[in-house]
Design a binder for this molecule. Structure first.
Ligand SMILES: *Cc1c(COP(=O)(O)O)cnc(C)c1O
Length: 386
């Protein structure tokens, strides 16, 4: 795998590829079962269940679809309110807005960029149905507080753990805390099947319903297991199951997840070590990882002083062969977010911090020398400014 494209640029992302995928996909092709729910899908699901400790995992066509499936499972009705951060990907909000739900955005904690759990309680009304923590950069939200609020007010919890596959909070895997956890296996995530995801389910009574909704509202899964004698339409549903070809690409990466995770964590630590002096000098801020969190090296970001400085830094890095990118435009400032949702309380940090964040190249097998080059350039930018 080349880490440079033709322009000599150090890419921000290269999809994960370990070399075992070719044989695995070929095996799927020759198995004469290329639609969903074959052996590869089952093995991916079993891996998630046994390694991460989920009661049940079902592969889906994306994390967006896992979130939509969750919205169907909690039976969102028009006007139901769903508490989430505004600093997130559009799918977090879309999944619920598609069912008439109202995203209620609360501010983030600037230390982690995760929703500030201390602000949730004030946003709860008698229309509130669920809390959706988004584990930004694979670093867990304050799940202790979120779960206790959910219990107190009888709310559902749906984790958007798109970035948090093989991340942990107090030694428990992200995605296994809420009623439902949603993973992404998009090519920009740590483990990939091109496009894909998974829903993790903790309660026995939700499993049958999830299988039915994911199979177009039919009881086909139960039929295959011999639990019912005919397969028929039993509820609303959709087609959320991915093809075996995609699952076959993912499986070897799950099996070697430790190797991928360790490699990314090594890159993450290298960035943190080289950039620490610039942070000590007060030029930039580095990510903060709370003690109870063990992350997966999904992302390495720095924070510039403000939007203007970040814009100049991105341009400077680009001119010097390093691709860096900003991230979410807060949803409450977007046209759809304004009409479909509302922000509860004051936006102290969401907009301001979103304007400062800059993500550096991060992918499996990112070369040490490329990290050093990116850091050198950041150093030149700040020291040249002085
Ligand atoms: C990537 C991502 C998604 C969407 O994942 P897809 O698999 O592309 O649908 C949703 N939420 C967050 C926080 C993400 O990072």
């Amino acid at each position: 795998m080349e880490s440079r494209d033709n322009s000599g640029m150090i890419s921000f992302n290269i999809p994960p590829y370990i070399g075992d995928e070719d044989a695995s996909v070929l095996e799927a092709i020759h198995s004469q079962k290329i639609s969903g729910d074959g052996q590869f899908t089952k093995r991916c699901q079993q891996w998630i269940e046994s390694t991460l400790g989920a009661k049940k995992a079902l592969l889906t066509t994306s994390c967006s679809d896992a979130l939509e499936l969750s919205a169907l499972l909690i039976d969102v009705q028009p006007g139901d309110e769903i508490i989430m951060p505004a600093y997130t990907f559009v799918s977090t909000a879309n999944a619920f807005a598609l069912r008439g739900g109202v995203p209620v955005f609360v501010d983030i904690d600037p230390c982690t960029m995760n929703l500030d759990a201390g602000l949730i309680e004030a946003a709860i009304t008698d229309r509130t149905k669920a809390i959706v923590p988004v584990h930004y950069a694979g670093v867990s939200c304050d799940m202790r507080m979120i779960l206790s609020l959910a219990q107190k007010y009888n709310l559902k919890v749906i984790e958007d753990a798109a970035q948090g596959v093989t991340s942990y909070y107090e030694q428990q895997a992200l995605g296994t805390f809420g009623n439902f956890g949603c993973f992404s296996f998009h090519e920009t995530k740590n483990y990939s099947m091109g496009e894909g995801g998974a829903i993790l389910i903790q309660n026995e009574e939700d499993i049958d319903r999830a299988e039915i909704i994911r199979e177009k509202g039919t009881n086909r899964s139960q039929f295959w297991r011999g639990m019912v004698d005919k397969y028929t339409w039993v509820s609303v549903g959709s087609s959320f199951l991915p093809s075996e070809l995609n699952a076959a690409y993912l499986l070897p990466q799950l099996i070697k997840s430790e190797m991928i995770r360790n490699d990314r964590l090594r890159s993450w630590a290298t960035y943190a070590e080289i950039l620490q002096p610039l942070a000590d000098e007060g030029f930039i801020e580095l990510p903060f990882i709370p003690d109870e969190c063990s992350h997966n090296g999904h992302m390495f970001y720095i924070k510039a002083k403000d939007l203007d400085e970040r814009t100049r830094l991105i341009r400077f890095l680009k001119e010097n062969g390093v691709e860096s990118v900003f991230h979410y435009i807060p949803l409450h400032t977007s046209p759809a977010g304004k009409s479909l949702g509302r922000f509860h309380g004051e936006d102290r940090f969401t907009t301001r911090e979103s304007e400062r964040i800059l993500r550096l190249p991060m992918y499996f097998r990112l070369a040490q020398s490329d990290i050093e080059k990116a850091c050198d350039m950041i150093g030149s930018f700040y020291h040249g400014m002085a």
